[in-house]
Design a binder for this molecule. Structure first.
Ligand code: ATP
Length: 229
């Protein structure tokens, strides 16, 4: 099987400062992979290179059979990369409905299906995004990504800063998406939640893929080595 997403030996720089030194990652259709690592190890930077918000320097990034080098982000998005960015950016002055419609591309995901996943968004369809709670904004950010009918959903710290009950709601939705067969790349710090959703882990340390394996292969010792504080 050829992977839907494949990164090999990816390096990237912020100006003169190197952030990625060799990222390897592959993701098959229908799989959920968690990208993990301590703060500042390069998870968000890896996602930025995949979504073309940042150019990589060396290495290869392929998605849906295409080389993403020098591809602009809007074109990569059209191939089916659906990003839920860190910090959940939505259009603050647009309503929930308008935010969702603005993102829409033809496919199975439409307003009704998003509303089924997040009933709270349906209840608040006419409310401006800036008046939503943090959790509701996160639901909207996920809804927006789904409305693009992505082949790959990428979630960067989707539950950061949210109250425990809301976190649970979001994880339940992510689980549902996984069960429905959506391919998912997720960055998060909560091992407990990730272990329920992910098939495989990819651990990044100092800009390098340090370990990759099935969820049940991550021993306490490995978790402590790569993720412990
Ligand atoms: P976190 O869990 O804290 O979000 P991360 O694993 O996502 O961490 P990155 O944000 O990818 O880490 O950061 C990787 C490295 O790149 C860090 O050393 C960071 O300081 C650096 N870096 C990130 N963003 C920038 C930027 N805009 N300019 C310069 N350096 C940056």
């Amino acid at each position: 099987m050829t992977a839907l997403l494949e990164l090999s030996g990816v390096t990237a720089f912020y100006g003169a400062s190197q952030a990625l030194f060799g990222i390897d990652l592959s993701l098959n259709e229908g799989e959920a992979v968690a990208l993990m690592g301590r703060n500042g190890m390069g998870k968000t930077t890896t996602i930025k290179t995949i979504c073309r918000m940042m150019e990589h320097r060396d290495g290869l990034i392929r998605f849906a059979g295409q080389d993403l080098a020098r591809m602009p982000s809007h074109k990569a998005a059209r191939l089916g990369l659906g990003l839920v960015p860190e910090g959940r950016r939505c259009f603050a002055r647009l309503s929930v409905m308008e935010n969702l419609i603005a993102a829409a591309r033809p496919g199975e995901w439409d307003f009704d299906r998003v509303a089924g996943l997040f009933p709270r968004l349906a209840e608040r369809r006419d409310q401006k995004a800036m008046t939503l709670s943090g959790g509701e904004q996160q639901m909207l950010a996920i809804g927006r990504a789904l409305m693009t009918n992505p082949r790959l959903l990428i979630l960067d710290e989707a539950t950061e800063g949210l109250a425990p009950v809301v976190r649970q709601e979001i994880w339940a939705a992510i689980n549902q998406l996984k069960q429905s067969g959506l391919t998912i790349l997720v960055v998060d710090k909560s091992l407990k939640e990730l272990s329920g959703v992910a098939d495989r882990y990819v651990v990044v340390e100092k800009g390098v893929t340090a370990w990759t394996g099935a969820v049940n292969e991550l021993t306490d010792e490995l978790a402590d080595r790569y993720l412990g504080v």
